[in-house]
Write a protein that binds this ligand. Structure first.
Ligand SMILES: NC(=O)c1ccc[n+]([C@@H]2O[C@H](COP(=O)([O-])OP(=O)(O)OC[C@H]3O[C@@H](n4cnc5c(N)ncnc54)[C@H](O)[C@@H]3O)[C@@H](O)[C@H]2O)c1
Ligand SMILES: [Fe+2]
Length: 396
């Protein structure tokens, strides 16, 4: 999705007050403590009795997951669980899941988990009725135009508060050999319904809460700053930033249902807002996952202060609004950057890339990958390969 926008942005006329825009906010979201208990009745109401549940190996062992499956069984719904996924998901994961769907004759797909499980669930949805090589549908090469057939009924249940993939229309899947990330995108891949239940996130460990929470903050901040015209997304992004400023530190260090709820809605809001685009921080982060298997949220968390510092020049007014939203006395971009370093300290995220396994000899390769990444063309100011190199060195 993001990539399609970039391509369009590169070719279309400059936006003016006379331009015509399209705004899409279509997902039905059932949000709140206990929302996931509605899943069985929803399936029955929609005549669905054979869902494939896609999750990851860790979530498949958690109590709440087993309870969801038991609840469906008690309602005579036949369930098949697929959880054979990599930490950074790859094409063969999607093919294996599709084989399970076929072999067990499923009629719908439910993604339960963090961004990884939900992205793989979405990619399986695509593959069911689109059997060319999966990467033929890569949005970067215009592959979205081949997504023409129906997809199975798709439901998402997030269990982290970070990516917001549950409300997205894209899946990020890497090549098994090159580890290069591809984006599968189509409006057809939107979930029909999201059951967003903060209770499922109550026992997220502190490190995952911190890393995924900083991913959500990065989505909201980058979306707010992204250069496309989209006042609706900007409003959502600012409120997302506000909710995270009220709740992330507590969610990491002393969680309760209120801060978990705020983080979950803020992560959904970040993903809605980043229809507008992302930016330099995500392009710094993606190569770390591809090259070093770094968790996506952690990669964003360490890079965000440096990326935001890079963006200040020319965006002073927008940083002033972010600073106000964060309740900072000093309403400047520099104060926002300091806030981000301080927040990282409070939630035990390191300040330096060297603390998460990056070494100087990685920098040239990382810079090559970052300049080729899909996220930065929407950054409010252009980013060159040299800028990426300097940013990595600064963060090292
Ligand atoms: N499609 C999109 O729009 C989009 C946007 C951003 C990122 N992504 C993708 O999302 C992925 C990252 O997702 P993520 O940050 O949610 O990480 P994740 O899915 O890897 O989850 C992080 C870890 O938390 C565990 N976990 C999940 N829920 C839990 C719970 N309730 N309790 C305890 N442990 C739990 C998982 O097993 C995993 O080990 C990346 O692959 C990234 O590319 C997708
Ligand atoms: Fe992200």
């Amino acid at each position: 999705m993001i990539v399609t926008r970039n391509k369009k942005q590169e070719t279309r006329k400059p936006e003016t007050i006379m331009s015509i825009y399209q705004y899409n906010f279509p997902t039905t979201i059932r949000f709140g403590a206990g929302a996931c208990n509605e899943l069985g009745d929803y399936l029955k109401k929609n005549n669905l009795s054979r869902p494939l549940i896609v999750t990851d190996p860790v979530v498949s062992q958690l109590g709440f997951f087993k309870k969801i499956v038991e609840d469906l069984k008690s309602k005579n719904i036949s369930t098949e669980v697929f959880h054979d996924l990599h930490k950074n998901p790859v094409k063969s994961d999607v093919y294996k899941g599709t084989d399970v769907y076929d072999a067990t004759e499923r009629d719908s797909i439910i993604g339960i988990g963090g961004g990884v499980a939900i992205d793989v669930a979405r990619a399986i949805c695509l593959r069911i009725n689109h059997r060319e090589d999966l990467f033929k549908y890569d949005d970067l090469i215009g592959g979205d135009v081949y997504v023409i057939n129906d997809v199975p009924h798709f439901i998402t249940i997030p269990t982290t508060a970070g990516t917001g993939s549950e409300v997205g229309r894209s899946a990020i899947i890497a090549d098994d050999e090159t580890h290069q990330k591809k984006i599968l995108f189509s409006p057809k891949l939107l979930a029909k319904i999201v059951f967003a239940d903060p209770v499922l996130t109550m026992d997220l460990p502190p490190f995952i809460t911190a890393a995924t929470g900083m991913d959500a903050l990065t989505h909201n901040m980058e979306a707010f700053l992204a250069k496309m015209q989209h006042p609706m997304c900007e409003g959502i992004a600012l409120e997302g930033i506000h909710l995270i400023s009220e709740s992330l530190e507590k969610a990491v260090n002393n969680p309760d249902l209120e801060c978990r709820s705020k983080m979950l809605i803020a992560s959904l809001m970040g993903a809605v807002a980043f229809q507008k685009g992302l930016g330099v921080v995500h392009s710094l982060a993606h190569p770390l996952s591809a090259l070093l298997d770094t968790h996506h949220g952690l990669a964003n968390a360490v890079n965000i202060p440096y990326g935001m510092q890079f963006n200040i020049g020319g965006c002073e007014d927008k940083f002033k609004r972010i600073a106000r939203t964060l309740g900072l006395k000093d309403e400047t971009g520099e104060a926002v950057v300091q806030y981000l370093f301080d927040l990282n300290s409070k939630i035990n995220i390191p300040h330096k890339l060297s603390d998460i396994g990056v070494r100087e000899e990685h920098v040239e390769t990382l810079a090559d990958m970052a300049i080729a990444d899909f996220a930065h063309p929407n950054n409010p100011k252009p980013v060159s390969r040299e800028d990426f190199r300097m940013l990595y060195l600064k963060a090292l």
